[in-house]
Ligand binder design. Structure first.
Ligand SMILES: Nc1ncnc2c1ncn2[C@@H]1O[C@H](COP(=O)(O)OP(=O)(O)OP(=O)(O)O)[C@@H](O)[C@H]1O
Ligand SMILES: [Zn+2]
Length: 496
């Protein structure tokens, strides 16, 4: 829209010219004033912005910043750190650092991977292009590869057109085109497409005038062709998990910020009731609640609308796997078992305790990075065994029986016991694996495990009240940092 002052100036000049020429300009002025009045009123109504900034961007995607994405703090942090390499390109180049070419976002559907890629483009002031892996799969050989070439070309062109120095290419469902080569039932097309993607990524150089960053998204890193994960391709991986309670609250706040929510509504309660929901599910909850309010001719969204919406999303989406409350309690007990023993045997070792789904697990304890040790003592190994078996022992103590969730833990404990035996630290003295009869080995390992188990049982039994408190705490909060966990324990107890 050219400046309105210039237009008025030109019209005035024409009118003066006509007056000098002896033309009757009164009807023109009259009509002009009516038009101007219209223009003014219309401008006011639409917030006058319509005529300047917003219209210019119509048709383009709205800008998304990291603040528009709820939760995902770790993913955002890791992503931003990687993006500094794109932002500070000149310095990176002068230091001779290999340019960052690809970032892989890995996580379940609807957790905001597309949003993160958009925010990354905005953060680095890059042009943004999105594609999905399935778009490249065509009947005709070579078409997919050609599309990949086009995409890269288009990215550079778009950036140039928009006066940007860089472009982000987002490829969703990258496993469709980047699956392991030779395994797609011998389908040549996938292979050529993937090869082309590798060629294009290898072609990205520090001397390019337009810097290109490829962000891929997948839920199946395990089936990706290893060539994609090699240095110089997608060598950064960012895990995007389902949101925890704090994250869910933030996402709900974001998606209700432009909706009339009744004062009685406590979004924290909704966050409580939506364990296992993804960001996309929560967006659905907010939307469904508004639809319910509309149907009931209510002007505001009430707590009841939100509760019904949660039910509707659970029923409608057949959410993958929402654990029941008993199941969650069991998980909390199991994880507190691991965590408590971890603090008792290696004080300061818990980094976080989580009762949120991640991958196939429904809860997990993260330990702080321990220095690599080259020499282990028996007590140290037994301590690690105690941590491993504590999940199952805790379940047994509080719920009367163990669950199948502990199979891995027992394998780990048995492996550690073997280390004790073959390290010559058991009652068998120094032995070599070939010399020990199977039954004797089995008996010795069982003996060590039993000893550790009874010690763990004793400790948990002595701390039942504390244990229950910790379980309640982690169930209400879902995630506890190491320090929060240690504060809740108070003075720790040393076992081994
Ligand atoms: N962390 C979040 N914060 C706010 N909104 C979110 C978040 N995660 C998801 N959403 C909502 O869900 C919608 C879908 O998210 P998005 O497309 O980014 O997920 P995705 O991980 O890319 O999923 P998919 O793998 O299925 O493509 C978004 O448009 C947004 O409304
Ligand atoms: Zn476990």
């Amino acid at each position: 829209m050219p400046h309105i002052e210039i237009i008025i100036g030109i019209i005035a000049a024409i009118l003066i010219f006509l007056v000098f020429e002896g033309v009757d300009v009164m009807p023109v002025i009259f009509l002009g004033s009516i038009l101007a009045a219209f223009y003014y009123v219309a401008g006011k109504r639409s917030g006058s912005k319509t005529f300047a900034g917003v219209a210019k961007r119509s048709g383009e995607e709205p800008l998304i910043s990291f603040d528009d994405i709820g939760g995902q703090d770790i993913a955002k942090g890791e992503l931003c750190e990687a993006l500094e390499f794109i932002k500070d390109f000149e310095r990176i180049k002068s230091l001779g650092i290999r340019p960052l070419k690809g970032i892989l976002l890995n996580g379940p559907p609807g957790t905001g991977k597309t949003l993160l890629a958009k925010a990354a483009a905005q953060f680095t002031e890059s042009a943004f292009l999105a594609a999905s892996g399935s778009e490249f799969v065509e009947m005709y050989v070579g078409v997919g590869a050609q599309r990949v070439r086009q995409l890269f070309k288009q990215a550079a062109n778009t950036a140039r057109r928009d006066n940007k120095k860089s472009a982000v290419i987002f490829i969703d469902e990258i496993e469709v085109l980047g699956g392991k080569r030779g395994q797609n039932s011998g389908h040549l097309e996938y292979d050529q497409t993937l090869n082309e993607l590798l060629v294009q990524m290898d072609g990205i150089s520090a001397n390019d005038t337009i810097r290109i960053l490829v962000i891929g998204a997948t839920n199946r890193v395990d089936i990706l062709d290893p060539a994609l994960l090699r240095p110089g391709r997608f060598d950064r991986q960012v895990k995007v998990d389902l949101p925890d309670k704090k994250g869910r609250l933030k996402i709900l706040e974001l998606h209700t910020r432009n909706k009339p929510v009744a004062e009685e509504v406590v979004l924290n309660d909704v966050a409580n009731d939506t364990f296992g929901f993804s960001g996309a599910h929560l967006e659905s909850v907010a939307n469904e609640a508004a639809i319910l309010a509309f149907r009931e001719k209510s002007n505001v969204i009430t707590a009841q609308h939100l509760r019904s919406a949660v039910e509707k999303v659970i029923m409608g989406e057949k959410l993958d796997r929402i654990p029941s409350s008993e199941e969650r309690k069991r998980i909390a007990i199991h994880e507190i078992g691991h965590a408590l023993l971890s603090e008792c045997t290696q004080p300061g070792s818990v980094a976080s305790v989580n009762v949120v789904p991640r991958g196939n697990a429904l809860g997990y304890v993260r330990q702080t990075q321990q220095d690599d040790k080259y020499l282990y003592t028996v007590d140290f190994i037994k301590g690690k065994m105690a941590i491993a078996v504590a999940g199952a022992i805790a379940e047994e103590t509080f719920l009367g029986a163990r669950s199948t969730g502990a199979a891995n833990d027992f394998k780990q404990a048995a492996d550690l016991a073997k280390q004790i035996v073959f390290g010559g630290m058991s009652e068998l003295g120094i032995v070599s694996p070939e010399d020990v009869p199977k039954e004797l080995l089995h008996k010795t390992i069982t003996g060590i495990i039993n000893e550790v188990e009874s010690q763990v049982k004793k400790l948990i039994n002595n701390k039942k009240a504390l244990f229950t408190q910790l379980v309640d705490l982690v169930m209400s909060r879902e995630c506890l940092s190491g320090n929060e966990f240690r504060d809740a324990i108070g003075t720790s107890v040393q076992v081994f």
